[in-house]
Design a protein around this ligand. Structure first.
Ligand code: 4AD
Ligand code: MG
Length: 477
């Protein structure tokens, strides 16, 4: 018999027909009601067993976490909480789950506890909802670019260049770790480790994407990205996924238009296609908010937050204007914020970013024209000699969600910049050469996918929106 999918059955398809489902038991109560989930939806289907027709042995194995196969009839439910249920005809245990040992019990576990159980946490409602939303958002990303004439380019993971020039890279090594070379206390020569070359895991696919934009016109990458920064925040991972479009003949204004349109599209996609999961996550958040003191509670529900992004124009403000706003803002001692920035040229901290978004403008903000000294080498210099055509998009609750720029397209200016920053030209000869042959204005940005998923799900720790978080403490599994 063909397997049915619980989402479709709950939609009322196949009423009064014979159905067949496989899934994992969430709960079994009164020796009669199984709540079964197969991952297709946040909702469980109720399967009603007649214990007189079931062997004692099987009855004992109907435990939370067990995998089962059920055949029966889909009928209207007499009970509250569901429209339909399955009247079980036969049931087989596919995989047992010892209740003494299975860690995911039908009660509320803390997110911290579940992080330790990364291999099982997707069996909870919260994590299955998050991961379905993540999957939908990822599909929406590809759909947006596909509909808008972009080509998907697979940029390399192993690379010889440091795209951000920040030195936060993981070195790739061909060392045989099972048989390490005898070093006699001598330092291993890490300089020549990738078959004789010095290479790293990519921090961004941007530089390679630029080369493809200068031939295919509109491209994007969407892949894993690595940062060896030792930051233990709720916004940073050592391994995260980044979406990076790059477009030829596009200036900074066009880049802002693209980023805003793109973000609105994917959030709207989630609202339209993940209704049940978002509804569940919203309720979860409301429960959590209730445990906080009144003053700290969020003023908006999750759905309102998502609409806030779709319905508002992102406010576009230059770095210089933002500094003026921050200088004139009052520090809020009570909340231990310190909004004061003394100097033009300082990098904004996330508390400054969040002040601008949450307190001052009350819309998502695009900050542009940053001081050259605090931004990467590849950004297009402005005529003022001080600023570059950079843009960061700031979101409520998140801070920076996008970093991008118009790129320096002038060979001489870029070469000088690379030299001034002490970057080895040998590393970037190909990147410089792009500016020799058919150079043109071009722009792009990077959006941290996990920060987008954080925002869309209302979660607060980035470790909870990626299946297996890689942080300085956690690289198990
Ligand atoms: O601002 P970043 O460093 O910009 C770049 O890498 C550019 N090369 C992108 C481009 O123009 N193509 O990173 C871009 C975004 C950030 O705004 C943030 O959302 C995310 O990537 N990000 C991280 N996300 C999780 N963990 C980290 N450690 C992150 N570092 C950056
Ligand atoms: Mg940045």
């Amino acid at each position: 018999m063909k397997l049915d999918n619980i989402k479709e059955l709950l939609g009322g398809e196949k009423l009064l027909q014979e159905v067949s489902v496989k899934g994992w038991i969430r709960t079994f109560r009164s020796n009669r009601f199984i709540a079964l989930n197969d991952g297709s939806t946040i909702n469980n289907i109720q399967c009603v067993v007649d214990f007189e027709n079931i062997s004692e042995k099987i009855l004992k194995q109907l435990n939370t976490g067990a995998a089962v196969s059920i055949n029966g009839t889909l009928v209207e439910s007499q009970g509250k909480g569901q429209n339909v249920e399955i009247q079980v005809k036969d049931i087989a245990i596919l995989g047992e789950s010892n209740p003494e040992e299975y860690p995911i019990q039908p009660k509320k576990h803390s997110l911290e506890f579940l992080r330790e159980k990364a291999h099982l946490r997707v069996r909870t409602s919260t994590f299955s909802a998050i991961m379905r939303v993540r999957s939908s958002l990822s599909f929406a990303v590809h759909q947006y670019f596909n509909q808008n004439g972009f080509n998907y380019v697979h940029t390399p993971i192993i690379t010889g260049s440091d795209a951000e020039g920040a030195g936060e890279m993981f070195r790739v090594s061909t060392l045989d770790i099972k048989n390490p070379p005898l070093t006699d206390n001598k330092e291993i020569d890490f300089k020549e480790d990738f078959f004789g070359k010095e290479t790293n895991l990519t921090v961004s696919g941007q530089l390679e994407a630029e080369t493809y934009a200068m031939g295919l016109g509109k491209v994007y990458t969407f892949g894993p990205t690595f940062r060896a920064e030792n930051s233990n925040t709720s916004r940073h991972l050592a391994e995260f996924w980044m979406i990076e479009p790059e477009v030829a003949f596009l200036d900074l204004d066009g880049n802002m238009d693209l980023a805003e349109d793109f973000i609105k599209y994917v959030i709207k996609y989630a609202l339209d296609n993940c209704k049940d999961d978002l509804e569940f996550l919203e309720q979860r958040l409301l429960q959590e908010e209730k445990t906080k003191p009144q003053a700290e509670r969020s003023e908006m529900t999750l759905t309102e937050k998502l609409h806030f992004v779709i319905d508002n124009n992102f406010k576009r403000v230059s770095y210089t204007e933002a500094i003026e706003i921050l200088k004139n803002s009052k520090p809020n001692k009570k909340k231990k914020f310190n909004y004061i920035i003394e100097e033009w040229g300082a990098d904004l901290q996330s508390e400054h970013e969040r002040y601008l978004v949450e307190k001052h403008f009350k819309t998502p903000v695009i900050l542009f024209d940053y001081p050259a000294d605090i931004k990467a080498f590849y950004m297009r210099a402005n005529e003022d000699g001080k600023t570059v055509r950079a843009m960061d998009i700031l979101f409520p609750g998140i801070g920076e969600i996008v970093g991008g720029a118009q790129r320096e397209e002038r060979y001489d200016v870029l070469k000088e910049k690379v030299e001034a920053m002490g970057i080895d030209e040998k590393e970037l000869w190909w990147y410089l050469e792009l500016r020799k042959f058919g150079t043109a204005t071009h722009s792009g940005f990077g959006l941290g996918f996990e920060r987008l998923v954080l925002f869309a799900t209302g979660m607060t720790n980035i470790r909870d929106v990626i299946p297996f978080p890689r942080t300085p403490q956690n690289a198990e599994f």
